[in-house]
Design a binder for this molecule. Structure first.
Ligand SMILES: NC(=O)c1ccc[n+]([C@@H]2O[C@H](COP(=O)([O-])OP(=O)(O)OC[C@H]3O[C@@H](n4cnc5c(N)ncnc54)[C@H](OP(=O)(O)O)[C@@H]3O)[C@@H](O)[C@H]2O)c1
Length: 341
């Protein structure tokens, strides 16, 4: 079977050449273990942190020459664990490999693999609308952003898995959703998902587009990006606006410490003058209530699971690199490794 191993730590934004495809022997499941066949791999931006040579978080860094690890959906091929049976679908953090072995009782911080119900929705959505991105969007909009009916939310990286869900959740709650994304095609994709207005941060008239999209300012800024996009949004925030700080992808390629002098003094002045409330959050999972709400909105047609696919495990390194280089996919980009049996 094939697997993707880490060839070198990323310098700047990740490149496909930071990885290597290797042939490996089929693993065997021992007592208490599951043999899994990978169906989908999620190329999540936060995986960049585990590819940093000088990570400040200490743990979590990948070993060179070892398989890359991240969120996946798999099918159980053989089970030596009483809670799982062959044929079950599961979501968890596993190797980027065609087949892999996990021990549910010894799993990482996210706990044992989550069993999925294929009757509820396609199992790939466990990595998008009904997975980490959907739950992150839900918590960021509702709990951290405290978005109210009739308010306006502006969302950066709105074409991504989290942002596209955040905008649709905002609409389902009766708010106005404005999305920022790169390129006309992506912005059109957001309008197709029901966003009220968009602004293309790669266009030369981005500032004018943003002004037109936010004639009365914004009550919430769902922050996914940082850098110049954020500096452009700040003047449009109302007094007392909330800023759920979900991510800062524009900085990920700079390593954990970032560059030297930056725009922070101006940024802090805006926080002070406007009494902005900024609250960071990470790893907030909405749990069953959130998943039920999202599934309910999907059933009512209020939320669509935007996802797109590239095929074969060989495509995983290039797909991961494309997250940072700008691709045209709206919603969750997944690597489709194999069809379910
Ligand atoms: N706090 C948490 O618990 C948590 C959980 C999950 C994700 N996150 C964060 O949430 C953010 C979105 O994640 P996701 O899963 O939605 O990712 P995703 O589906 O891979 O989308 C990433 C988006 O980022 C945009 N982007 C990439 N580089 C950019 C740059 N330099 N400037 C502006 N936009 C850029 C791309 O859109 P364009 O083509 O429009 O540039 C792309 O749509 C990331 O910052 C991620 O780290 C946080």
């Amino acid at each position: 079977m094939k697997q993707v191993v880490v060839a070198r730590y990323a310098q700047g934004n990740p490149k496909a050449s930071d990885f290597r495809i290797e042939e490996a022997a089929e693993p065997q499941a021992a007592e208490g273990e599951l043999l899994l066949r990978t169906l989908y791999i999620a190329v999540d931006p936060l995986l960049r942190f585990s590819l940093d040579e000088s990570t400040l978080t200490g743990g979590g860094r990948m070993d060179l020459g070892a398989p890359m690890i991240g969120p996946t959906v798999s099918q159980v091929i053989a089970s030596n664990h009483p809670d799982y049976a062959a044929g079950d679908y599961v979501e968890g953090r596993t190797a980027w490999a065609e087949t892999t072995v996990v021990a549910p009782d010894k799993s990482d911080y996210r706990g044992p693999p989550r069993k999925l119900d294929p009757a509820l929705a396609p199992v790939s959505t466990a990595l998008g609308a009904l997975g980490g991105p959907g739950q992150t969007a839900y918590e960021g909009v509702i709990k951290v952003g405290r978005l109210q009916v009739g308010e306006t939310i502006v969302i950066s990286a709105a074409g991504g898995a989290v942002g596209s869900m955040a905008g649709q959740i905002a609409k389902a709650l009766g708010a106005r959703a404005v999305g920022i994304a790169g390129g006309r095609e992506k912005c059109q994709g957001l309008l197709d998902l029901g966003f009220d207005a968009v602004a293309d941060y790669k266009a030369s008239d981005f500032a004018a587009q943003l002004k037109a999209a936010l004639p009365d300012g914004a009550d919430v800024y769902f922050e996914n990006v940082g850098g110049d996009v954020t500096l452009s949004v700040l003047p449009h925030l109302k007094r007392g606006a909330r800023m759920p700080m979900c991510g800062f992808i524009a900085y990920y390629g700079l390593g954990m410490e970032g560059p030297g002098p930056d725009h922070l003094p101006g940024f802090y002045r805006q926080i002070m003058n406007k009494a902005l409330e900024i609250k960071g959050f990470a790893g907030l999972f909405a749990g069953q209530k959130g998943l039920d709400d999202i599934a309910g909105w999907m059933k009512q047609g209020k939320i669509r699971f935007a996802e797109s696919f590239v095929d074969g495990i060989d495509a995983a390194p290039e797909a991961f690199a494309s997250v940072f280089a700008g691709h045209n996919h709206v919603g969750k980009l997944l690597v489709r490794v194999a069809p379910a049996i």
